[in-house]
Design a protein around this ligand. Structure first.
Ligand SMILES: C[S@@+](CC[C@H](N)C(=O)[O-])C[C@H]1O[C@@H](n2cnc3c(N)ncnc32)[C@H](O)[C@@H]1O
Length: 257
């Protein structure tokens, strides 16, 4: 197994589980991530078959370049639980995972993400209130928030004064980013600066927002993404180059590996 120094300040293009499994235990302080939400596996909102429907303005309609976002639900849950298991193995005994997800409605009923996080040491849920939202049904109030599960090892503490942020955070959605689902940089800076972490991992790094926020705060980062396009985009963002490439997002259906 390689030492953690090998991974530091690198954007690694590969499968997150495979890469995390090659990293040493208790070697990082903080994991921050937003996984694919499996949005194309959804009951009748138009995301599934590409018609758009109520989601016609959603950037994610075209999906990701190297991930179909349409796994059978039980497989998706088990994949995400495997990812959380790895993140938990990788953090030190005072480390934490900030795991962003979104609740949704399936077959008319709320689907929270309890099936993914059940049994993990969830200490708190932060509500990330975004401006706007997608008004998908007149029977529901406009959804405007996502959740960030704070999953911690027992010795984790916040940095001095950070608890005054409270547990509802308002950050506008990122604009001017070709990735279909980027974090706002300010949100990740809030998370990192609320901890004493020196090494920050994002196993679904996308356009590299976690790496950028870590650098802004003079922390070390490790970023993983399966898409060569997004890795290139992240590299360009970090080095300050404009990203011009047109993204190819045509992907097929879920297939068992
Ligand atoms: C919600 S996006 C993350 C966006 C990121 N937070 C940002 O600020 O740009 C999820 C990312 O997971 C990546 N992904 C999907 N399957 C993956 C896998 N098996 N291993 C690593 N990355 C994967 C996708 O390419 C996508 O960029």
């Amino acid at each position: 197994m390689k030492s953690i120094e090998y991974f530091l300040n690198k954007l690694i293009c590969g499968d997150s589980l495979q890469v995390m499994r090659s990293m040493p235990s208790e070697s990082i302080d903080l994991a921050i991530t937003s996984p694919p939400y499996n949005l194309k596996n959804s009951t009748g909102n138009g995301m599934k078959d590409g018609r758009g429907g109520k989601w016609s303005n959603a950037a994610l309609l075209n999906g990701y370049t190297n991930h179909h976002d349409c796994m059978p639900h039980n497989k998706y849950v088990s994949w995400q639980r495997d990812c959380l298991t790895e993140m938990l193995r990788l953090i030190k005994d005072d480390g934490a995972i900030f795991y962003n997800h979104k609740w949704r409605v399936q077959a008319g009923l709320l689907q929270d993400r309890q099936d993914i996080v059940q049994g993990f040491p969830v200490r708190q849920i932060i509500i990330w209130r975004r401006k706007g939202g997608i008004n998908f049904n007149k029977g529901y109030f406009l959804p405007t928030y996502e959740v960030i599960y704070m999953i911690t090892k027992p010795k984790f503490t916040l940095s001095k004064g950070a608890n005054s942020h409270g547990d509802i955070w308002e950050f506008q959605q990122e604009r001017d980013n070709a990735h279909p689902a980027p974090f706002p940089v300010a949100l990740i800076e809030r998370i990192i600066s609320s901890t004493n972490a020196k090494i920050v991992l994002d196993p679904f790094m996308g356009s590299g927002t976690t790496a950028i926020a870590a650098r802004n705060l003079e922390r070390q980062f490790i970023g993983i993404d399966i898409s060569p396009e997004y890795c290139e985009m992240a590299q360009d963002r970090i080095t300050g180059k404009p990203y011009n490439q047109k993204l190819n997002t045509s992907l097929g259906k879920y297939e068992e590996a």
